[in-house]
Write a protein that binds this ligand. Structure first.
Ligand code: ADP
Ligand code: ADP
Ligand code: ZN
Ligand code: ZN
Length: 753
């Protein structure tokens, strides 16, 4: 113990039960425990929140008043914090100008290099910036692509406005945006678009000078009339797409067409910049190379004046390699990276920083990594520590847990049955500890030998997308298939891009957000809310609709949200509890109605597990609650807003929603994300149950226990990027373990038992 340790006493955020811990500085501390045990409540809601709050306190009152107010986490004492940096799995969205090269600063360094030693000499380094007018292609303004709204997709010319000729959902008949056309007085709303005169067509698409007047409860509002393409472009294309929800972006996507810019060929730069070369390559060609290739190209530069610049670039590029991202290129748009890839890219920025004594916080950094790449990740974590930083990691992967200097195991179970520290100490001690983590670390599943026999085969033929090299593969029906391989080998491309488009019947369970309404929660998502409302209605002889968030029974101050969002221009909106209903979300009248002594708000505050006891005699509800419990969500409350769920939790709640369908094809992308070994064993039970029920399950997964339990394995590789894209192995786990060519096979052989 050291006087500079981070000391926390009496932590009580969420489910934490007066937790006391000491965390050593300049060491790697790993937080383990089943999902829902309280790891995030401790690391994010307590440590990181307090570090942020204390940092804000150091600003002047002028700045402080413009920042969100962080309330003090519910703790008695927190001592010896330093600045915390959170490196999480939030995607590096960003607009199309944000690339791997720009966010890691490597592209900036490359520009500098070209401006110093490129031939012919081009002066200033801005010439190589596609974000700067001096360098950008004049035709596409540095985007590399031309995006157009596809009028033929947007409009059904065989219909009139009244019949719903505008196909984009936001313009649906009767809606506000639809009104801006039908109330403009410019069109015959019953005339088919095919019959429009050229002038009418021009007015609809591009607009003309005119005013529209709307009558609302508040009186008349006048605004300028705007053509459909102009409006669509302004609302959806001119905006930074990261502001829009994923669902929205996807629905917009369907109405667009893309093509490479004809002038710059997609390179985003103007001709002057493209004419400048080093050893025969221009900067766009460098940005399009895979990192490994670029290292060889840059490493071959012998110009003495470039020495320090070359070293700087190589250092960063090697960071990308050592973190398992050598298959990416600098021109890859960050919006197309997965959560795990985004997290590792963020890490690279910090590895090159010379700051010390920072607290770095990671949320399951092993996500998306093959066991082979986990060793490299560990190297990075150690490097951060050895530079004099404190590294805090939430992790489930054994190989990562093993490198911890100190382990804090949270448990014993989830939700109200968790929130305690069940073990603190080193790895050897954890193996001896009688906790779920300790127990599961000691055991390892055997290779499955009694594999199921496929009922039939599906095929993918001649797949060529991205790095896929004319791939032909058979995917068995009626069994569980695991697709594996190192990061970047082509698993997602094969399954999501080559296989799924010809299998629209597939149920795809991914980690994207669920539910579009901020009023959605597990009860509404699974449909249980309807049953619960009916029970309340029958017990109190009132209308069931009173118990809906969208009815007059909801608190009118917060419209049933329980929270008031205050928008701040440049920051995340602030959430404060509604002072009228104190977060209970319903009016006082509705809260008086009880079901066995509980109000609707009491019920929504119950965890799935508590609700199972409360509704013990209600078979329908019980079945739905059991499915949530089965997918490892027994600890969430029925009313927890879906937008507060993690990616892994979103995936599991979708799985719960789909479990009762029959005769289907299920496709999942790394479903073990966020899951403890104990949760994984339960997830495996569900997948087995699905297959036993006649379904086909295909999962992309790196977890060795899942791979061992597959009926069939498709291993991709041999490496990432252009050195991957092939099928290395197809067969059973037993066959893979003796395969000499597969990296996955090697890890399977060496897996500790
Ligand atoms: P872990 O990180 O170990 O998976 P969490 O700290 O996220 O666990 O959750 C611990 C408990 O606190 C769970 O029961 C969870 O449902 C609850 N919880 C987490 N965040 C919130 C929140 N914002 N509001 C209410 N309950 C929450
Ligand atoms: P895995 O799922 O095995 O990690 P991916 O299928 O994501 O691998 O990637 C395979 C290859 O395809 C990689 O070289 C990757 O950089 C490339 N790739 C994947 N998605 C895109 C994309 N949206 N744009 C360009 N290249 C991509
Ligand atoms: Zn261009
Ligand atoms: Zn309210």
């Amino acid at each position: 113990m050291n006087v500079y340790d981070i000391v926390i006493k009496g932590a009580r955020e969420n489910n934490l039960k007066n937790v006391n811990i000491r965390i050593p500085k300049r060491k790697i501390t790993i937080f383990t425990g089943v999902s829902g045990s309280g790891k995030s409540s401790l690391v994010f809601d307590t440590i990181s929140a307090e570090a942020q709050r204390q940092l804000n306190e150091t600003f002047s009152a002028f700045i402080r008043n413009r920042l969100p107010r962080f309330s003090q986490p519910d703790t008695d004492l927190i001592q010896n914090l330093s600045t915390a940096v959170v490196i999480d799995q939030k995607r590096l969205g960003g607009n199309s100008r944000s690339t791997v090269g720009t966010v890691t600063d490597i592209y900036t360094m490359l520009r500098l290099l070209f401006s110093r030693i490129g031939k012919p000499f081009s002066g200033n380094s801005n010439v190589f910036s596609f974000n700067d007018p001096a360098g950008m292609c004049p035709k596409c303004s540095g985007v590399g692509q031309v995006v157009q709204v596809d009028v033929d997709k947007l409009l059904d010319r065989s219909k009139s406005l009244n019949e719903g000729a505008i196909l984009f959902p936001a313009f649906k008949v009767g809606g506000w945006l639809w009104n801006t056309y039908t109330h403009s007085g410019l069109f015959d709303n019953d005339k088919r678009l095919a019959d429009y005169t050229p002038e009418e067509w021009e007015t609809l698409i591009h607009g003309k000078e005119s005013k529209i007047v709307y009558y609302t409860k508040g009186g008349a509002i006048e605004s300028d009339y705007e053509g459909l393409l102009t409006k669509f472009t302004r609302l959806y294309l001119k905006r930074d797409s990261s502001e829009l929800s994923k669902a929205k972006r996807e629905s917009i996507e369907r109405f667009l067409s893309y093509s490479h810019c004809s002038l710059c060929g997609g390179s985003r730069l103007n001709q002057e910049a493209l004419g400048c070369r080093i050893n025969g390559y221009n900067i766009a060609q460098c940005a399009a190379m895979e990192i490994g290739e670029l290292i060889r190209m840059i490493g071959a530069i012998r110009d003495p004046i470039a020495g320090p610049m070359v070293d700087g670039i190589l250092t960063r590029l090697n960071h990308l390699v050592s973190i398992g991202l050598d298959y990416l290129s600098l021109d890859r748009q960050t919006a197309t990276l997965s959560g795990g890839e985004s997290q590792r890219i963020k890490m690279v920025r910090h590895l090159s920083s010379s700051l010390t004594d920072i607290i770095y916080i990671f949320d399951e950094p092993s996500v998306g990594l093959h066991p082979r790449d986990v060793h490299r990740l560990n190297g990075m974590l150690c490097q951060l520590r050895d530079k004099g930083n404190t590294v805090l990691v939430i992790e489930h992967d054994r190989e990562v847990i093993e490198i911890a200097d100190y382990i804090i195991d949270v448990g014993p179970h989830a939700g109200t049955h968790g929130g305690e520290i069940v073990y603190e100490g080193d790895f050897a001690g954890l193996l001896r500890a009688d906790t779920l983590t300790g127990r599961y670390l000691k055991q390892s599943l055997p290779l499955k030998t009694a594999t199921r026999t496929p009922m039939d085969w599906m095929t993918v033929t001649s797949a060529m997308l991205y790095n896929l090299k004319n791939v032909n593969v058979h995917i068995p029906v009626g069994v569980m298939t695991v697709v594996t391989g190192v990061a970047g080998s082509g698993k997602s491309t094969l399954i999501n891009r080559a296989f799924l488009p010809s299998h629209p019947e597939a149920i795809v369970i991914d980690q994207s957000a669920v539910g579009t309404s901020i009023r959605s929660n597990p009860a509404t998502y699974t449909g249980m809310m309807d049953g619960i409302r009916r029970l309340f209605a029958a017990a109190n002889k009132v209308s069931a609709s009173l118990f809906s968030f969208n009815s007059k029974g909801a608190c009118s101050n917060c419209q049933g949200l329980g929270i008031i969002y205050t928008d701040l221009a440049f920051l995340e909106p602030i959430r404060t509890s509604c002072e009228i209903c104190s977060g209970k979300r319903f009016s006082d009248e509705v809260l008086q109605y009880k079901l066995n002594g509980k109000s609707i708000s009491d019920i929504l505050a119950m965890t799935v597990r508590e609700a199972s006891e409360f509704f013990i005699s209600k078979e329908d509800l019980l079945r739905q609650l059991q499915t949530l419990e089965d997918v490892g969500l027994g600890y969430v409350t029925l009313g927890q807003p879906l937008n507060t769920l993690s990616g892994g939790e979103c995936q599991r709640i979708k799985l719960a929603g789909e479990l009762n369908k029959k005769g289907n094809l299920y496709v999942m992308d790394e479903p073990t994300t966020g899951l403890h070994m104990y949760d994984i064993s339960r997830l495996m039970n569900i997948m087995n149950r699905l297959v036993d029920g006649g379904n086909t399950v295909v999962v992309i997964e790196h977890n060795l226990d899942v791979i061992k339990s597959a009926d069939w394995i498709i291993d991709m590789g041999p490496e990432g990027g252009h050195r991957g894209g092939q099928i290395v192995f197809e067969g059973t786990p037993g066959q893979l373990a003796v395969n000499e060519h597969s990296i996955t096979g090697e890890y399977l052989r060496n897996a500790k038992t």
